[in-house]
Design a protein around this ligand. Structure first.
Ligand SMILES: *Cc1c(COP(=O)(O)O)cnc(C)c1O
Length: 358
């Protein structure tokens, strides 16, 4: 048996043993009917976990979460359209960078990291008729901030614009449904607790059918949609990751999104109380915190590399903050197959590190 690591990095997460065991499934050719059936089953479960109804569908990609965000942006914004990117952190900025890389007009509404979305500014920016789509991140994993999807969707739709949502670190745990989101990008290995290697885009079936002539080749959503509708993927998929995702989606559907969100929030609440008891400061005010991540100020006198290594020795993987937050903060995820006992043991270990006892 290898050591059980508690992954407190925001994906890939600690997985249920049944998900890991599924990875060792049989060799399979992706052009045989058994893969076609697996593909369709996984797509149906993804659409369900995203809150989709009969008019919705999804497309699975072999790639990390960014492949889904990129496929959505590159495939759905028309040649004469543009993207309003709501940027309050690293992943909002990434949506802008993706659009720019494809030569798509992107108006970056730069709000500042860990700053709540300014809804009036979104409304004003949409006075520009060339901005046909709005790009938003539900859970900005750079800070742990949960953005208000419904409020932004309501503004976008009032202006007749479509919403592209990066739900990579929220789908499966946060309140979400495809009535409000036109294009939802997600991945298998965060709140859905699958193995890394798969990502997906969900939306209305009619809109997938209308796509065509998107930018790019490998990430062209319409190409993938057409192929997957015929139960034969466009390119060689990560077959073992499909086995694992099939099982992980069953577990997610059985638990239910509200219950999973409540489980993560209970873990996060326990963690946050314990961190504050240890005298550590949290980045965000309580009302802005997502269930799956907590950004914490680094303790005085202990640098991130040392903190990481002491905790790693005790079986916990913590995660650095990004860019300008990295000097002062680190991040702790509460996504995945984690227990209250893991949190208690983590806090105990961290207490030892802070006292210089480790
Ligand atoms: C993890 C994450 C991504 C994708 O990152 P990958 O490394 O491509 O999996 C995108 N957006 C958000 C909000 C994320 O947390």
């Amino acid at each position: 048996m290898t050591e059980r690591l508690v992954l407190m990095n925001p994906g890939p997460v600690t997985t249920d043993p049944r998900v890991r065991e599924a990875l060792a499934g049989p060799d399979m050719c992706h052009r045989e009917p058994e893969f076609g059936a697996l593909l369709s089953r996984v797509r149906t479960k993804i659409t369900a976990i995203c809150g989709g109804t009969a008019g919705h569908t999804s497309v699975v990609l072999t790639g990390s979460g960014t492949s889904a965000v990129e496929a959505a942006i590159a495939s759905v914004v028309p040649a004469d359209g543009g993207l309003l990117t709501v940027d309050n952190g690293h992943y909002g900025q990434r949506m802008h960078d993706i659009a720019t890389a494809y030569g798509i007009k992107s108006h970056r509404l730069e709000l500042g990291w860990a700053t709540p979305v300014d809804l009036a500014a979104v409304d004003r920016a949409l006075a520009d008729p060339s901005l046909t789509h709005v790009g938003l991140v539900q859970h900005e994993t750079s800070s742990g901030m949960l953005n208000d999807v419904r409020a932004v969707a309501e503004i976008a739709h009032r202006h007749g614009r479509r919403l592209i949502l990066d739900a990579v670190s929220s789908v499966g745990a946060e309140d979400l449904d495809l009535e409000h989101v036109d294009w939802l990008a997600g991945s298998a290995n965060k709140c859905l607790e699958g193995a890394p290697g798969l990502a997906f885009v969900a939306g209305r079936r009619a809109e997938f059918e209308r796509l065509g002539g998107g930018r790019g080749y490998y990430l062209d959503l319409h190409r993938h949609f057409r192929a997957q509708e015929a139960e034969s993927p466009a390119f060689t998929p990560a077959v073992p990751a499909f086995y694992a995702f099939d099982v992980a989606l069953d577990l997610a559907l059985a638990e239910g999104v509200p219950a999973r969100g409540a489980r993560y929030r209970a873990l996060a609440g326990r963690l946050r109380d314990g961190l504050e008891d240890l005298g550590l400061k949290l980045l965000l005010a309580p009302e802005h915190r997502a269930a799956g991540l907590t950004a914490v100020h680094l303790p005085d006198g202990v640098g991130y590399p040392e903190l990481h290594d002491r905790l790693r020795e005790a079986g916990f993987v913590v995660y650095a903050a990004q860019e300008h937050l990295a000097a002062e903060y680190f991040r702790l995820s509460t996504m995945g197959d984690m227990t209250a006992a893991d949190i208690d043991r983590f806090l105990h270990t961290l207490g030892d590190v802070l006292r210089g006892a480790r």
